[in-house]
Design a protein around this ligand. Structure first.
Ligand code: GLC
Ligand code: CA
Length: 561
Protein backbone atom coordinates (compact mmCIF):
# COMPACT_ATOMS: atom_id res chain seq x y z
CA UNK A 1 0.00 0.00 0.00
CA UNK A 2 1.32 3.45 -0.86
CA UNK A 3 2.38 5.53 2.13
CA UNK A 4 1.26 8.67 0.35
CA UNK A 5 0.04 11.10 3.02
CA UNK A 6 -2.64 12.49 0.75
CA UNK A 7 -3.89 9.20 -0.74
CA UNK A 8 -7.47 10.18 0.04
CA UNK A 9 -7.44 13.29 -2.17
CA UNK A 10 -7.81 11.15 -5.29
CA UNK A 11 -9.22 7.98 -3.71
CA UNK A 12 -12.11 5.90 -4.99
CA UNK A 13 -13.86 4.79 -1.81
CA UNK A 14 -16.29 1.87 -1.93
CA UNK A 15 -19.15 1.87 0.54
CA UNK A 16 -20.16 -1.46 2.08
CA UNK A 17 -23.53 -1.82 3.78
CA UNK A 18 -22.47 -5.00 5.57
CA UNK A 19 -25.96 -6.43 6.04
CA UNK A 20 -26.44 -6.48 2.28
CA UNK A 21 -23.02 -7.21 0.83
CA UNK A 22 -22.29 -10.92 1.22
CA UNK A 23 -23.47 -13.54 3.70
CA UNK A 24 -20.70 -15.87 4.90
CA UNK A 25 -22.65 -18.11 7.28
CA UNK A 26 -25.93 -18.70 5.48
CA UNK A 27 -28.34 -16.86 7.78
CA UNK A 28 -29.50 -14.47 5.07
CA UNK A 29 -27.67 -11.45 6.52
CA UNK A 30 -24.38 -10.11 5.22
CA UNK A 31 -21.38 -10.36 7.53
CA UNK A 32 -17.63 -9.81 7.81
CA UNK A 33 -16.74 -13.32 6.66
CA UNK A 34 -18.78 -12.60 3.56
CA UNK A 35 -16.89 -9.36 2.99
CA UNK A 36 -13.55 -11.11 3.38
CA UNK A 37 -14.57 -13.67 0.78
CA UNK A 38 -15.26 -10.87 -1.71
CA UNK A 39 -12.15 -8.74 -1.20
CA UNK A 40 -10.67 -10.01 -4.44
CA UNK A 41 -13.68 -8.67 -6.30
CA UNK A 42 -13.03 -5.24 -4.80
CA UNK A 43 -9.32 -5.41 -5.57
CA UNK A 44 -10.18 -6.22 -9.19
CA UNK A 45 -12.66 -3.39 -9.28
CA UNK A 46 -9.75 -1.14 -8.43
CA UNK A 47 -10.89 0.81 -5.39
CA UNK A 48 -8.55 2.42 -2.86
CA UNK A 49 -10.56 2.13 0.34
CA UNK A 50 -13.73 0.69 1.84
CA UNK A 51 -16.08 2.61 4.09
CA UNK A 52 -18.16 0.28 6.26
CA UNK A 53 -21.54 1.37 7.55
CA UNK A 54 -21.78 0.70 11.32
CA UNK A 55 -20.81 -2.84 12.24
CA UNK A 56 -21.08 -2.44 16.01
CA UNK A 57 -23.29 -4.23 18.49
CA UNK A 58 -26.78 -2.90 17.86
CA UNK A 59 -30.43 -3.92 18.08
CA UNK A 60 -30.66 -2.62 14.45
CA UNK A 61 -33.57 -0.26 14.99
CA UNK A 62 -31.91 1.89 12.31
CA UNK A 63 -29.68 -0.57 10.47
CA UNK A 64 -26.90 -0.30 13.06
CA UNK A 65 -26.99 3.51 13.43
CA UNK A 66 -28.25 2.74 16.93
CA UNK A 67 -25.10 1.56 18.65
CA UNK A 68 -25.06 -0.39 21.92
CA UNK A 69 -21.28 -0.79 22.15
CA UNK A 70 -18.86 1.08 19.93
CA UNK A 71 -15.95 -1.28 20.57
CA UNK A 72 -17.71 -4.52 19.66
CA UNK A 73 -18.87 -6.06 16.43
CA UNK A 74 -22.49 -7.10 16.30
CA UNK A 75 -22.69 -10.90 16.52
CA UNK A 76 -24.79 -10.97 13.33
CA UNK A 77 -21.78 -9.52 11.51
CA UNK A 78 -19.07 -11.51 13.30
CA UNK A 79 -16.48 -10.73 15.95
CA UNK A 80 -13.65 -8.32 16.64
CA UNK A 81 -11.34 -11.07 15.51
CA UNK A 82 -13.10 -11.08 12.12
CA UNK A 83 -12.69 -7.30 11.92
CA UNK A 84 -8.98 -7.58 12.70
CA UNK A 85 -8.55 -10.20 10.00
CA UNK A 86 -10.52 -8.14 7.52
CA UNK A 87 -8.35 -5.09 8.16
CA UNK A 88 -5.19 -7.15 7.63
CA UNK A 89 -6.52 -8.86 4.49
CA UNK A 90 -7.66 -5.57 2.98
CA UNK A 91 -4.36 -3.87 3.73
CA UNK A 92 -2.53 -6.71 2.05
CA UNK A 93 -4.51 -5.97 -1.10
CA UNK A 94 -3.69 -2.27 -0.81
CA UNK A 95 -7.22 -1.36 0.29
CA UNK A 96 -7.66 1.04 3.20
CA UNK A 97 -10.43 0.82 5.77
CA UNK A 98 -12.81 3.50 6.99
CA UNK A 99 -15.31 2.84 9.79
CA UNK A 100 -18.46 4.72 10.65
CA UNK A 101 -18.65 6.41 14.05
CA UNK A 102 -22.06 7.56 15.27
CA UNK A 103 -21.54 10.34 17.84
CA UNK A 104 -24.89 12.14 17.75
CA UNK A 105 -26.86 9.33 19.36
CA UNK A 106 -26.59 5.75 20.56
CA UNK A 107 -29.05 2.89 21.01
CA UNK A 108 -31.63 2.97 23.77
CA UNK A 109 -29.97 -0.31 24.84
CA UNK A 110 -26.59 1.38 25.33
CA UNK A 111 -25.60 0.95 28.97
CA UNK A 112 -25.29 4.69 29.48
CA UNK A 113 -28.87 5.16 28.41
CA UNK A 114 -30.27 2.33 30.51
CA UNK A 115 -28.34 3.74 33.49
CA UNK A 116 -29.81 7.16 32.74
CA UNK A 117 -33.33 5.71 32.72
CA UNK A 118 -32.69 4.08 36.09
CA UNK A 119 -31.19 7.26 37.57
CA UNK A 120 -33.01 10.27 38.95
CA UNK A 121 -33.71 13.52 37.09
CA UNK A 122 -30.71 15.83 37.41
CA UNK A 123 -28.25 12.94 37.86
CA UNK A 124 -24.86 12.63 36.17
CA UNK A 125 -26.24 9.60 34.31
CA UNK A 126 -29.02 11.67 32.78
CA UNK A 127 -26.66 14.55 31.96
CA UNK A 128 -25.09 12.45 29.17
CA UNK A 129 -28.36 12.78 27.24
CA UNK A 130 -31.03 15.47 26.92
CA UNK A 131 -33.67 14.74 29.55
CA UNK A 132 -36.28 17.39 30.33
CA UNK A 133 -39.59 17.55 32.17
CA UNK A 134 -42.59 17.82 29.87
CA UNK A 135 -44.84 20.81 29.49
CA UNK A 136 -48.55 20.98 30.28
CA UNK A 137 -50.11 20.51 33.68
CA UNK A 138 -48.76 16.99 34.22
CA UNK A 139 -45.77 17.13 31.93
CA UNK A 140 -47.81 15.35 29.30
CA UNK A 141 -46.54 17.55 26.44
CA UNK A 142 -43.04 17.29 24.92
CA UNK A 143 -40.50 19.85 26.18
CA UNK A 144 -40.43 21.62 22.81
CA UNK A 145 -41.83 21.40 19.30
CA UNK A 146 -38.86 19.78 17.57
CA UNK A 147 -39.63 17.06 15.08
CA UNK A 148 -37.68 13.87 14.49
CA UNK A 149 -35.89 13.65 11.15
CA UNK A 150 -37.64 10.30 10.70
CA UNK A 151 -41.06 11.84 11.43
CA UNK A 152 -43.09 12.41 14.60
CA UNK A 153 -41.96 14.28 17.71
CA UNK A 154 -38.25 14.35 18.62
CA UNK A 155 -39.10 13.52 22.25
CA UNK A 156 -40.24 10.37 24.01
CA UNK A 157 -41.51 10.23 27.56
CA UNK A 158 -39.85 7.88 30.02
CA UNK A 159 -41.72 5.61 32.38
CA UNK A 160 -40.57 4.44 35.80
CA UNK A 161 -40.42 0.78 36.80
CA UNK A 162 -43.98 1.16 38.16
CA UNK A 163 -45.19 2.60 34.87
CA UNK A 164 -45.47 6.17 36.15
CA UNK A 165 -44.59 8.82 33.55
CA UNK A 166 -41.37 10.75 34.00
CA UNK A 167 -39.08 13.06 32.05
CA UNK A 168 -38.79 13.15 28.28
CA UNK A 169 -35.61 12.50 26.26
CA UNK A 170 -34.51 13.95 22.94
CA UNK A 171 -33.98 11.88 19.79
CA UNK A 172 -33.48 13.65 16.48
CA UNK A 173 -33.95 10.27 14.78
CA UNK A 174 -35.93 7.25 16.08
CA UNK A 175 -36.95 6.90 19.75
CA UNK A 176 -34.45 4.00 19.89
CA UNK A 177 -31.69 6.57 19.15
CA UNK A 178 -31.35 8.93 22.15
CA UNK A 179 -29.17 11.97 21.42
CA UNK A 180 -26.00 12.44 23.43
CA UNK A 181 -25.47 15.70 25.28
CA UNK A 182 -22.19 17.08 23.96
CA UNK A 183 -21.91 19.39 26.95
CA UNK A 184 -21.02 16.30 28.96
CA UNK A 185 -17.29 15.69 29.42
CA UNK A 186 -18.01 11.95 29.62
CA UNK A 187 -19.36 12.01 26.08
CA UNK A 188 -16.25 13.77 24.77
CA UNK A 189 -13.95 11.32 26.56
CA UNK A 190 -15.91 8.30 25.35
CA UNK A 191 -15.68 9.24 21.68
CA UNK A 192 -12.04 10.23 21.86
CA UNK A 193 -11.41 6.74 23.22
CA UNK A 194 -13.54 5.15 20.49
CA UNK A 195 -11.51 6.95 17.84
CA UNK A 196 -8.26 5.73 19.37
CA UNK A 197 -9.62 2.21 19.71
CA UNK A 198 -10.24 1.92 15.96
CA UNK A 199 -7.15 3.83 14.92
CA UNK A 200 -5.08 1.50 17.14
CA UNK A 201 -6.66 -1.42 15.30
CA UNK A 202 -5.27 -0.04 12.09
CA UNK A 203 -8.27 1.60 10.49
CA UNK A 204 -7.30 4.41 8.17
CA UNK A 205 -10.23 6.71 8.63
CA UNK A 206 -13.50 7.51 10.35
CA UNK A 207 -16.77 8.52 8.73
CA UNK A 208 -18.62 10.75 11.18
CA UNK A 209 -22.36 10.19 11.12
CA UNK A 210 -24.67 13.23 11.27
CA UNK A 211 -21.59 15.36 11.89
CA UNK A 212 -23.35 18.73 11.91
CA UNK A 213 -25.98 17.79 14.50
CA UNK A 214 -24.02 17.03 17.67
CA UNK A 215 -24.31 20.36 19.46
CA UNK A 216 -27.73 21.60 20.56
CA UNK A 217 -28.82 24.97 21.82
CA UNK A 218 -28.84 24.22 25.55
CA UNK A 219 -32.12 26.09 26.05
CA UNK A 220 -33.95 23.47 24.01
CA UNK A 221 -36.61 26.07 23.26
CA UNK A 222 -39.30 25.86 20.59
CA UNK A 223 -38.15 26.14 17.03
CA UNK A 224 -39.48 29.20 15.28
CA UNK A 225 -41.69 28.45 12.31
CA UNK A 226 -39.09 29.65 9.86
CA UNK A 227 -36.21 27.39 10.92
CA UNK A 228 -35.14 27.10 7.28
CA UNK A 229 -34.49 30.81 7.03
CA UNK A 230 -32.51 31.14 10.26
CA UNK A 231 -29.14 32.87 10.03
CA UNK A 232 -26.24 30.41 9.69
CA UNK A 233 -25.24 28.88 13.00
CA UNK A 234 -28.43 29.88 14.82
CA UNK A 235 -30.51 26.77 14.14
CA UNK A 236 -31.05 25.04 17.51
CA UNK A 237 -29.38 21.79 16.42
CA UNK A 238 -28.01 22.04 12.88
CA UNK A 239 -24.48 23.33 12.32
CA UNK A 240 -23.93 25.19 15.58
CA UNK A 241 -20.53 26.81 15.80
CA UNK A 242 -19.39 24.87 18.87
CA UNK A 243 -19.42 21.60 16.90
CA UNK A 244 -16.16 22.68 15.28
CA UNK A 245 -14.34 22.49 18.61
CA UNK A 246 -15.10 18.78 18.74
CA UNK A 247 -13.53 18.18 15.34
CA UNK A 248 -10.45 20.24 16.13
CA UNK A 249 -9.86 17.91 19.06
CA UNK A 250 -10.49 14.83 16.90
CA UNK A 251 -8.07 16.13 14.31
CA UNK A 252 -5.36 16.30 16.96
CA UNK A 253 -6.05 12.65 17.76
CA UNK A 254 -5.94 11.65 14.09
CA UNK A 255 -2.74 13.60 13.58
CA UNK A 256 -1.09 11.98 16.59
CA UNK A 257 -0.65 8.82 14.51
CA UNK A 258 2.46 8.57 12.35
CA UNK A 259 0.58 7.59 9.19
CA UNK A 260 -2.44 9.64 8.15
CA UNK A 261 -5.83 8.88 9.70
CA UNK A 262 -8.70 10.41 7.86
CA UNK A 263 -11.78 12.19 9.25
CA UNK A 264 -14.76 12.38 6.87
CA UNK A 265 -17.93 14.18 7.87
CA UNK A 266 -21.47 13.39 6.87
CA UNK A 267 -22.55 17.01 6.59
CA UNK A 268 -25.85 17.86 4.89
CA UNK A 269 -25.90 21.66 4.57
CA UNK A 270 -27.26 23.73 1.74
CA UNK A 271 -24.96 26.65 2.49
CA UNK A 272 -21.67 25.68 0.83
CA UNK A 273 -19.66 28.20 2.81
CA UNK A 274 -20.93 26.73 6.09
CA UNK A 275 -20.24 23.25 4.70
CA UNK A 276 -16.62 23.95 3.91
CA UNK A 277 -16.00 25.36 7.40
CA UNK A 278 -15.85 21.69 8.46
CA UNK A 279 -12.89 21.28 6.11
CA UNK A 280 -10.65 23.99 7.51
CA UNK A 281 -7.09 22.81 7.95
CA UNK A 282 -7.46 21.94 11.64
CA UNK A 283 -10.74 20.06 11.24
CA UNK A 284 -11.99 17.27 8.98
CA UNK A 285 -10.01 16.11 5.97
CA UNK A 286 -13.08 15.56 3.90
CA UNK A 287 -16.88 15.61 3.91
CA UNK A 288 -19.44 14.05 1.62
CA UNK A 289 -20.39 16.56 -1.04
CA UNK A 290 -24.04 15.72 -1.69
CA UNK A 291 -24.63 18.51 -4.21
CA UNK A 292 -24.44 16.29 -7.27
CA UNK A 293 -26.58 13.62 -5.71
CA UNK A 294 -29.52 16.00 -5.44
CA UNK A 295 -28.84 17.81 -8.69
CA UNK A 296 -30.91 17.20 -11.82
CA UNK A 297 -28.86 15.55 -14.56
CA UNK A 298 -28.86 18.67 -16.73
CA UNK A 299 -25.76 20.30 -18.15
CA UNK A 300 -26.06 23.82 -16.72
CA UNK A 301 -27.03 22.54 -13.27
CA UNK A 302 -24.27 19.95 -13.12
CA UNK A 303 -21.75 22.52 -14.26
CA UNK A 304 -22.96 24.98 -11.60
CA UNK A 305 -22.52 22.32 -8.91
CA UNK A 306 -19.00 21.53 -10.06
CA UNK A 307 -18.13 25.22 -10.01
CA UNK A 308 -19.62 26.00 -6.62
CA UNK A 309 -18.10 22.88 -5.08
CA UNK A 310 -14.65 23.71 -6.38
CA UNK A 311 -14.88 27.38 -5.42
CA UNK A 312 -16.05 26.73 -1.88
CA UNK A 313 -13.49 24.00 -1.25
CA UNK A 314 -10.74 26.22 -2.59
CA UNK A 315 -11.56 28.81 0.09
CA UNK A 316 -10.30 26.44 2.78
CA UNK A 317 -7.77 24.53 0.70
CA UNK A 318 -9.83 21.33 0.83
CA UNK A 319 -10.26 18.61 -1.77
CA UNK A 320 -13.81 17.98 -3.03
CA UNK A 321 -15.51 14.61 -2.89
CA UNK A 322 -18.15 13.37 -5.34
CA UNK A 323 -21.10 11.19 -4.42
CA UNK A 324 -23.84 9.81 -6.68
CA UNK A 325 -25.37 7.36 -4.29
CA UNK A 326 -25.40 5.90 -0.79
CA UNK A 327 -27.51 3.82 1.60
CA UNK A 328 -29.89 6.73 2.30
CA UNK A 329 -30.97 7.75 -1.19
CA UNK A 330 -32.77 6.37 -4.24
CA UNK A 331 -30.27 4.66 -6.54
CA UNK A 332 -29.15 6.84 -9.43
CA UNK A 333 -30.25 4.44 -12.19
CA UNK A 334 -33.80 5.01 -10.93
CA UNK A 335 -33.41 8.74 -10.24
CA UNK A 336 -32.02 9.38 -13.69
CA UNK A 337 -34.73 7.25 -15.30
CA UNK A 338 -37.44 9.64 -14.11
CA UNK A 339 -38.73 12.65 -16.02
CA UNK A 340 -37.44 14.90 -13.23
CA UNK A 341 -33.94 13.72 -12.32
CA UNK A 342 -33.49 15.91 -9.23
CA UNK A 343 -33.64 14.28 -5.82
CA UNK A 344 -34.59 15.44 -2.34
CA UNK A 345 -34.39 13.38 0.86
CA UNK A 346 -37.86 14.41 1.96
CA UNK A 347 -39.49 13.26 -1.27
CA UNK A 348 -38.23 9.93 -2.60
CA UNK A 349 -41.05 9.68 -5.16
CA UNK A 350 -41.10 5.90 -4.95
CA UNK A 351 -43.38 4.60 -7.67
CA UNK A 352 -42.94 7.54 -10.09
CA UNK A 353 -42.63 6.30 -13.70
CA UNK A 354 -39.07 5.16 -14.46
CA UNK A 355 -37.32 4.41 -17.75
CA UNK A 356 -34.57 2.07 -16.54
CA UNK A 357 -32.86 1.91 -19.93
CA UNK A 358 -32.45 5.67 -20.00
CA UNK A 359 -31.60 5.78 -16.28
CA UNK A 360 -28.84 3.23 -16.81
CA UNK A 361 -27.49 5.12 -19.80
CA UNK A 362 -27.34 8.32 -17.80
CA UNK A 363 -25.87 6.54 -14.78
CA UNK A 364 -23.06 5.32 -17.04
CA UNK A 365 -22.42 8.85 -18.24
CA UNK A 366 -22.55 10.09 -14.63
CA UNK A 367 -19.95 7.48 -13.67
CA UNK A 368 -17.51 8.89 -16.21
CA UNK A 369 -18.32 12.36 -14.90
CA UNK A 370 -17.64 11.70 -11.21
CA UNK A 371 -14.65 9.47 -11.89
CA UNK A 372 -13.00 12.28 -13.84
CA UNK A 373 -13.64 15.23 -11.54
CA UNK A 374 -10.78 16.41 -9.32
CA UNK A 375 -11.06 14.94 -5.82
CA UNK A 376 -12.17 11.72 -4.15
CA UNK A 377 -15.16 9.69 -5.25
CA UNK A 378 -17.54 7.32 -3.48
CA UNK A 379 -19.06 4.19 -5.00
CA UNK A 380 -21.98 2.64 -3.14
CA UNK A 381 -22.11 -1.16 -3.37
CA UNK A 382 -24.12 -2.19 -6.41
CA UNK A 383 -23.56 1.15 -8.15
CA UNK A 384 -20.85 -0.60 -10.15
CA UNK A 385 -23.43 -3.22 -11.22
CA UNK A 386 -26.00 -0.62 -12.23
CA UNK A 387 -28.55 -1.80 -9.67
CA UNK A 388 -31.83 0.07 -9.64
CA UNK A 389 -33.91 1.03 -6.62
CA UNK A 390 -36.23 -1.80 -5.60
CA UNK A 391 -39.46 0.15 -5.42
CA UNK A 392 -41.88 -2.74 -5.00
CA UNK A 393 -40.68 -4.33 -1.75
CA UNK A 394 -43.73 -5.76 0.02
CA UNK A 395 -44.93 -3.64 2.96
CA UNK A 396 -44.22 -6.41 5.44
CA UNK A 397 -40.57 -6.62 4.34
CA UNK A 398 -39.82 -2.96 5.05
CA UNK A 399 -37.49 -2.37 7.98
CA UNK A 400 -36.43 1.26 7.73
CA UNK A 401 -37.87 3.15 10.73
CA UNK A 402 -38.91 5.93 8.34
CA UNK A 403 -41.73 3.70 7.04
CA UNK A 404 -43.58 3.47 10.34
CA UNK A 405 -42.50 6.87 11.69
CA UNK A 406 -43.90 8.58 8.61
CA UNK A 407 -47.25 6.90 9.15
CA UNK A 408 -46.51 4.64 6.16
CA UNK A 409 -46.35 7.57 3.77
CA UNK A 410 -42.60 7.36 3.05
CA UNK A 411 -41.41 3.85 2.09
CA UNK A 412 -37.95 4.75 3.33
CA UNK A 413 -34.52 3.58 2.29
CA UNK A 414 -34.83 -0.21 2.09
CA UNK A 415 -35.07 -0.10 -1.70
CA UNK A 416 -31.40 0.86 -2.02
CA UNK A 417 -30.31 -1.65 0.64
CA UNK A 418 -31.43 -4.86 -1.04
CA UNK A 419 -28.68 -7.51 -0.87
CA UNK A 420 -26.10 -7.65 -3.67
CA UNK A 421 -26.64 -10.10 -6.54
CA UNK A 422 -23.41 -12.06 -7.05
CA UNK A 423 -24.19 -15.00 -9.29
CA UNK A 424 -26.78 -17.43 -10.60
CA UNK A 425 -30.11 -16.83 -12.26
CA UNK A 426 -32.50 -16.56 -9.32
CA UNK A 427 -32.58 -15.02 -5.82
CA UNK A 428 -30.61 -15.10 -3.55
CA UNK A 429 -28.11 -14.71 -6.43
CA UNK A 430 -25.20 -16.10 -4.43
CA UNK A 431 -25.69 -13.52 -1.67
CA UNK A 432 -26.32 -16.31 0.81
CA UNK A 433 -25.48 -19.98 0.48
CA UNK A 434 -27.77 -21.26 3.18
CA UNK A 435 -31.40 -22.24 3.27
CA UNK A 436 -32.32 -18.81 4.56
CA UNK A 437 -33.69 -16.17 2.23
CA UNK A 438 -31.97 -12.80 2.08
CA UNK A 439 -33.16 -10.30 4.70
CA UNK A 440 -34.77 -8.21 1.97
CA UNK A 441 -36.05 -9.94 -1.18
CA UNK A 442 -34.16 -9.32 -4.43
CA UNK A 443 -35.97 -8.69 -7.73
CA UNK A 444 -35.83 -11.49 -10.31
CA UNK A 445 -34.67 -8.93 -12.89
CA UNK A 446 -31.32 -8.72 -11.14
CA UNK A 447 -30.36 -11.96 -12.90
CA UNK A 448 -28.78 -9.81 -15.61
CA UNK A 449 -27.03 -7.56 -13.09
CA UNK A 450 -25.07 -10.09 -11.03
CA UNK A 451 -21.32 -9.66 -10.69
CA UNK A 452 -20.98 -12.99 -12.48
CA UNK A 453 -23.21 -11.99 -15.41
CA UNK A 454 -21.40 -8.68 -15.84
CA UNK A 455 -17.89 -10.04 -15.54
CA UNK A 456 -16.49 -10.53 -19.00
CA UNK A 457 -19.29 -8.55 -20.65
CA UNK A 458 -17.52 -5.52 -22.12
CA UNK A 459 -20.78 -3.57 -22.29
CA UNK A 460 -21.66 -4.05 -18.62
CA UNK A 461 -21.65 -1.35 -15.95
CA UNK A 462 -19.06 -3.42 -14.07
CA UNK A 463 -16.73 -3.37 -17.07
CA UNK A 464 -17.16 0.39 -17.34
CA UNK A 465 -16.33 0.97 -13.67
CA UNK A 466 -13.35 -1.37 -13.78
CA UNK A 467 -11.95 0.25 -16.87
CA UNK A 468 -12.58 3.79 -15.63
CA UNK A 469 -10.97 3.05 -12.27
CA UNK A 470 -7.99 1.42 -13.97
CA UNK A 471 -7.44 4.43 -16.20
CA UNK A 472 -8.02 6.83 -13.31
CA UNK A 473 -5.29 5.14 -11.31
CA UNK A 474 -2.71 5.30 -14.05
CA UNK A 475 -3.56 8.66 -15.54
CA UNK A 476 -1.56 11.49 -13.99
CA UNK A 477 -3.82 14.13 -15.52
CA UNK A 478 -6.81 12.77 -13.61
CA UNK A 479 -4.91 13.13 -10.35
CA UNK A 480 -4.44 16.86 -10.88
CA UNK A 481 -6.45 19.45 -9.03
CA UNK A 482 -7.31 21.64 -11.98
CA UNK A 483 -10.24 21.55 -14.35
CA UNK A 484 -10.80 23.94 -17.26
CA UNK A 485 -14.14 24.22 -18.97
CA UNK A 486 -14.18 23.96 -22.75
CA UNK A 487 -16.81 25.65 -24.93
CA UNK A 488 -19.52 23.18 -25.86
CA UNK A 489 -23.04 23.28 -27.34
CA UNK A 490 -26.05 23.85 -25.10
CA UNK A 491 -26.73 20.77 -22.99
CA UNK A 492 -23.16 19.50 -23.23
CA UNK A 493 -20.42 19.86 -20.66
CA UNK A 494 -16.77 19.54 -21.55
CA UNK A 495 -13.63 20.05 -19.51
CA UNK A 496 -9.94 19.56 -19.75
CA UNK A 497 -8.09 17.79 -16.93
CA UNK A 498 -4.57 18.41 -18.17
CA UNK A 499 -2.73 19.07 -21.44
CA UNK A 500 -4.31 16.09 -23.15
CA UNK A 501 -7.26 14.65 -21.29
CA UNK A 502 -10.70 16.02 -22.15
CA UNK A 503 -14.07 14.86 -20.81
CA UNK A 504 -17.30 15.44 -22.72
CA UNK A 505 -20.77 14.65 -21.33
CA UNK A 506 -23.70 15.02 -23.68
CA UNK A 507 -26.82 15.73 -21.64
CA UNK A 508 -28.71 17.24 -24.54
CA UNK A 509 -31.30 15.52 -26.74
CA UNK A 510 -29.17 15.46 -29.88
CA UNK A 511 -25.96 13.73 -30.89
CA UNK A 512 -22.89 15.92 -31.26
CA UNK A 513 -19.69 15.58 -33.27
CA UNK A 514 -16.45 15.08 -31.37
CA UNK A 515 -13.31 16.81 -32.68
CA UNK A 516 -11.65 14.98 -35.58
CA UNK A 517 -8.24 14.85 -33.97
CA UNK A 518 -9.49 13.37 -30.70
CA UNK A 519 -8.79 9.79 -29.61
CA UNK A 520 -11.43 8.15 -27.46
CA UNK A 521 -9.94 6.72 -24.26
CA UNK A 522 -13.20 5.52 -22.76
CA UNK A 523 -16.84 5.87 -23.70
CA UNK A 524 -19.94 5.26 -21.57
CA UNK A 525 -21.79 3.78 -24.57
CA UNK A 526 -20.86 2.29 -27.95
CA UNK A 527 -20.40 5.07 -30.48
CA UNK A 528 -20.98 5.60 -34.13
CA UNK A 529 -17.51 6.93 -35.02
CA UNK A 530 -16.97 10.33 -33.44
CA UNK A 531 -20.65 11.01 -32.87
CA UNK A 532 -21.58 11.30 -29.22
CA UNK A 533 -25.19 10.31 -28.60
CA UNK A 534 -27.41 11.90 -25.92
CA UNK A 535 -26.82 10.75 -22.32
CA UNK A 536 -23.31 9.62 -23.17
CA UNK A 537 -19.90 10.63 -21.83
CA UNK A 538 -16.38 10.14 -23.20
CA UNK A 539 -12.84 10.57 -22.01
CA UNK A 540 -10.71 11.81 -24.88
CA UNK A 541 -7.10 12.43 -25.63
CA UNK A 542 -7.39 15.74 -27.42
CA UNK A 543 -4.35 17.93 -26.94
CA UNK A 544 -5.17 20.91 -29.12
CA UNK A 545 -8.94 20.91 -28.77
CA UNK A 546 -10.40 24.24 -27.63
CA UNK A 547 -14.11 23.63 -28.16
CA UNK A 548 -16.61 20.87 -28.81
CA UNK A 549 -19.11 21.21 -31.64
CA UNK A 550 -19.24 24.20 -33.96
CA UNK A 551 -16.68 26.91 -33.18
CA UNK A 552 -18.21 29.42 -30.79
CA UNK A 553 -18.89 32.86 -32.23
CA UNK A 554 -16.29 35.12 -30.65
CA UNK A 555 -16.75 38.85 -30.26
CA UNK A 556 -14.36 40.71 -32.54
CA UNK A 557 -11.61 42.23 -30.47
CA UNK A 558 -10.16 45.64 -31.33
CA UNK A 559 -11.48 48.26 -33.71
CA UNK A 560 -10.64 48.89 -37.30
CA UNK A 561 -9.05 52.16 -38.19
C1 GLC B 1 -27.07 9.20 8.79
C2 GLC B 1 -27.01 7.83 8.18
C3 GLC B 1 -28.40 7.26 8.16
C4 GLC B 1 -28.90 7.18 9.58
C5 GLC B 1 -28.83 8.53 10.28
C6 GLC B 1 -29.01 8.40 11.76
O1 GLC B 1 -27.78 10.10 8.01
O2 GLC B 1 -26.41 7.89 6.92
O3 GLC B 1 -28.44 6.01 7.55
O4 GLC B 1 -30.22 6.72 9.59
O5 GLC B 1 -27.57 9.14 10.09
O6 GLC B 1 -27.89 7.79 12.34
CA1 CA C 1 -24.61 -13.96 7.89
Amino acid sequence: MSSDASWWTTAAIYQIYVRSFADGNGDGIGDLTGVRSRLDYLAQLGIDAIWFNPWYRSPMADGGYDVTEYREIDPIFGSLDDADKLIVDAHELGIRIIVDVVPNHCSNENVWFTQALDAAPGSKERSRFHFRPGRGTDGELPPNNWESIFGGPAWTRTRGADGSPGEWYLHLFAPEQPDFNWESEDVHAEFEEVLRFWFDKGVDGIRIDSAALLVKDGHLGDMSEDARTLAPGTHPFIDRDAVHLIYERWREIADSYPDPRLLIGEVWLENVERFTRYLRPRELHSAFNFELLGCAFEADKVRAVVDSTRASHALVGATPSWVLSNHDVVREVTRYGRADTAFAMDDRRIGDPVDLVRGTRRARAAALLVLSLPGSVYIYQGQELGLFEVEDLPDEALQDPIWLRSGRSDRGRDGCRVPMPWSGSAPPFGFTNGEATSWLPQPAAWKDLTAEAETGDPLSMLALYREALRIRRGEAELAREDLDWIDAPVGVIAYRRGPELVVVVNLSDTAIELPKDATVVLSSAPRDGLRLAPDTAVWLRAAGVTHIGPAPARPVVGTSA
